[in-house]
Design a protein around this ligand. Structure first.
Ligand code: TYD
Ligand code: MG
Length: 451
């Protein structure tokens, strides 16, 4: 067989016959690396799934499609009820965030009911055992393997046919007939494709651990993300205790559910009632620059405190920094505050932070961001008993949000007496919480920030 050398972009997987300094597809510099590719037959989808000819949708066999719960409620919530047999799931996140811990916990829980194979390419089986001991009772149904050669791994998987397998991590796996180093796009793609075919053919649910590069991308992100059935991100601030499991792709359910965990001395613990995590001792003393947003993550309401600091810029271009909220969203809200409300923020440094290191990208937090900015700028506290939800439009209007009932209920549970939102919202009957409405950002600010 003739081997061909090709250049592959390590960011987006683009193939090129010659080396280029800059990837023409994603624009990354110096990302093309030479990889030897074996010319071979392409495996078509039909041979993966095993359906040879077109068949009526009603006659497609359904066996093996029953989900099975992992035993961790927060994980099942993210999957939409449990794991689907034969699915390939990518779990990615920063190093040290707890991916191996989470998967080892899931493996232990599942191994009491079925056979689970945990393949570690990063740690020895002894290391994995030590960690597993700290996480709880060891189960003989959990098999460990320390291996990085994907062909040897396939051999074991074919022999054992466990219901669930964990591959930690996909970047340490390699195929010896590819010339490139483990972790390169070519290797990652080939190994994942091989495991994908195996998962479908044998009905094994496989978890792949994927590391995130320093730019926040999984190495070979696009090639892996479209290949797998579900993509999960484990995120959080490593110096803090809680972790959020977020689903960015899910072929078997909705993608907007999140799972919340706390990292403890004995592994990740589920947090059933998370809102209190992202509030500081807010209600005790109102400080300028802080406001509480009632966000909705999937079907779950989450109260998050947004803090802002606006201070006159020393010299040069003012600094703008955000953590946990979208930078561009803050820029837009700042512009609206300048133009429609008349706050002269242009010559000020602006810092915005979501408490607890949580990442929130729902437009409903706009109002809380705007209130915290205006509050810090005017040096007047936001009403500490009000929770906020509203999207801000470019003309300065306050736009409605969905799921008002859930947000208000959660806020009321946590002791907020008032709830401010757009007057266009469909407001349901509420007990214990007074609903305040506003049409524009300016009138909303008047209600939230007392002069
Ligand atoms: P790990 O699962 O190894 O992260 P990843 O696989 O994503 O790289 O988690 C490592 C961190 O988790 C480590 O810094 C220590 C912490 N940790 C705990 O706090 N408690 C525990 O019970 C375990 C196993 C780890
Ligand atoms: Mg790990």
């Amino acid at each position: 067989m003739r081997k061909k050398a090709k250049y592959l972009c390590q960011e987006c997987g683009l193939q090129s016959a010659r080396w280029l300094g800059r990837c023409p597809s994603c624009g990354t510099w110096n990302s093309l690396i030479e990889e030897v590719i074996n010319p071979r037959k392409n495996v078509s989808n039909s041979s993966i799934i095993g359906v040879e000819k077109p068949c009526p949708i009603t006659e497609v066999p359904l066996q093996g499609e029953d989900r099975f719960p992992t035993g961790l409620g927060e994980v099942d919530r993210v999957f939409g009820g449990g794991l689907v047999p034969g699915s390939l799931v990518l779990l990615s996140g920063d190093p040290g965030i707890g991916k191996s811990t989470l998967l080892l916990q899931i493996s232990q829980l599942l191994s009491s009911r079925m056979q689970v194979l945990y393949v570690s390419g990063e740690e020895s089986t002894r290391q994995v055992r030590l960690r597993a001991e700290r996480l709880g009772a060891l189960s003989p149904g959990l098999l460990l393997l320390s291996e990085t050669n994907v062909d040897i791994m396939e051999h074991h998987l074919r022999e054992l046919v466990p219901q669930v397998a964990v591959v930690d991590s996909i970047q340490t796996m390699y195929k010896s007939d590819l010339g490139s180093a483990p972790g390169s796009v070519g290797q990652v793609r080939e190994c994942a494709a091989q495991l994908m075919r195996l998962a479908k053919a044998k009905g094994i649910s496989i978890f792949l651990v994927g590391h995130v590069t320093k730019e926040g991308m999984i190495a070979g992100p696009r090639v892996l993300e479209h290949m797998v059935d579900a993509v999960l991100y484990l995120e959080g601030d490593r110096r803090q205790f809680f972790r959020i499991l977020r689903c960015v792709k899910n072929r078997f359910g909705s993608t907007n559910e999140i799972g919340i965990f706390e990292m403890s001395g004995s592994g990740l613990i589920e947090v059933a009632n998370p809102s209190a995590l992202f509030l500081t001792s807010h209600s005790q003393g109102a400080v300028p620059g802080s406001a509480v947003a009632a966000a909705l993550e999937g079907s779950r309401p989450l109260l998050v405190e947004i803090q802002a600091l606006v201070s006159p810029a020393g010299y040069g271009t003012p600094r703008r920094m955000t953590a946990g909220v979208d930078y561009n969203r803050v820029a837009l809200i700042t512009a609206v505050l300048e133009k429609r409300v008349g706050l002269n923020l242009g010559s000020h440094d602006i810092y915005v932070n979501a408490v607890g290191g949580v990442k929130i990208d729902e437009p409903a937090v706009d109002l809380a961001i705007a209130c915290s900015l205006a509050s810090s700028f005017r040096d007047k506290p936001v009403d500490s008993e009000v929770a906020l939800a509203g999207e801000i439009g470019l003309t300065g209007e306050l736009r409605p949000v969905t799921g008002v009932g859930k947000r208000v209920k959660e806020a009321s549970k946590l002791g907020f007496k008032r709830f401010l939102l757009s007057s266009q919202c469909a407001i349901e009957h509420t007990v214990g919480t007074r609903i305040l409405t506003a049409e524009t950002l300016a009138t909303a600010l008047d209600q939230a920030i007392k002069a």
